[in-house]
Design a binder for this molecule. Structure first.
Ligand SMILES: [Fe+2]
Ligand SMILES: [Fe+2]
Length: 236
């Protein structure tokens, strides 16, 4: 087993050490939930690579600014993946490689959400808002494995918030003329929740922490912020 320590977040060795020492004291039910959540986090963050490949293969124009934001986003998602992989492998005592190699992305059922850079930004912004709510909702679970893991997940939440802010900024800067369409686009994205997840990174909301409350809230926040921005620019 070769843990990706060097790609993981700073302090990962302490996170793993503390999590390993705490695991035995966690109840059987909570342990199963925790390991399932951590494994889900690991594979979803891993799937970011498939999203990058899919975007690269799309025959639609993507701006240099978009590619720049996406490159920074990807570096963070790789760090998230590597961090969760270190934790998962140490806790279950197994190499995750076979599991990861078996992943087979299929974008067919979400392809309609990738019409142009504008729609993609709406999707990514919405997805980050939902994801950070998922991590936040599972914090009591992660905290069972010690403060270092709790801190790590809080840093991940900070990163996801940063990703949202980056996509939102691009929407405002590059797509101001379409901000009045955000509500319709987000309605279509929201309606796609529940599509069976197939390693597409976006809309992986299988963990039981997710539900209508998170999806509705993510949609509401994105639409409200874009509506406010549209009203502000329309008044200029
Ligand atoms: Fe992430
Ligand atoms: Fe993210």
């Amino acid at each position: 087993m070769s843990l990706p320590w060097e790609d993981a977040a700073p302090g990962i060795r302490e996170v793993v050490r503390e999590a390993q020492s705490r695991l035995a004291a966690v109840s059987t039910g909570e342990r199963a939930r925790l390991l399932a959540a951590l494994r889900d986090d690991m594979v979803t963050e891993y799937d970011a690579r498939f999203l990058v490949e899919y975007l690269d293969g799309l025959e639609i124009p993507l701006s240099d600014e978009f590619r720049g934001v996406l490159a920074r986003w990807y570096r963070d998602e790789v760090r998230h993946f590597s961090s969760f992989r270190c934790v998962v492998e140490a806790l279950v005592g197994e190499d995750a490689e076979p599991d990861l190699n078996a992943r087979t992305p299929d974008f067919a059922k979400v392809a309609h959400l990738f019409e142009s850079e504008f729609e993609i930004l709406c999707l990514l912004a919405y997805d980050e808002l939902a994801t950070l709510r998922g991590y936040r909702g599972n914090l009591p679970l992660y905290d069972l494995l010690g403060a270092p893991l709790g801190d790590l997940v809080r840093r991940v939440i900070g990163d996801e918030a940063g990703h949202y802010a980056g996509f939102r900024a691009l929407l405002i800067e590059k797509h101001a003329h379409r901000l009045d369409e955000v509500e319709d686009v987000v309605r279509i994205i929201r309606a796609s929740e529940g599509t069976p997840y197939q390693a597409t990174f976006v809309l992986d909301h299988d963990d039981p922490v997710y539900g209508d409350h998170i999806f509705d809230d993510a949609a509401r926040v994105l639409v409200a912020q874009m509506r406010r921005e549209h009203a502000r620019t329309a008044a200029l």
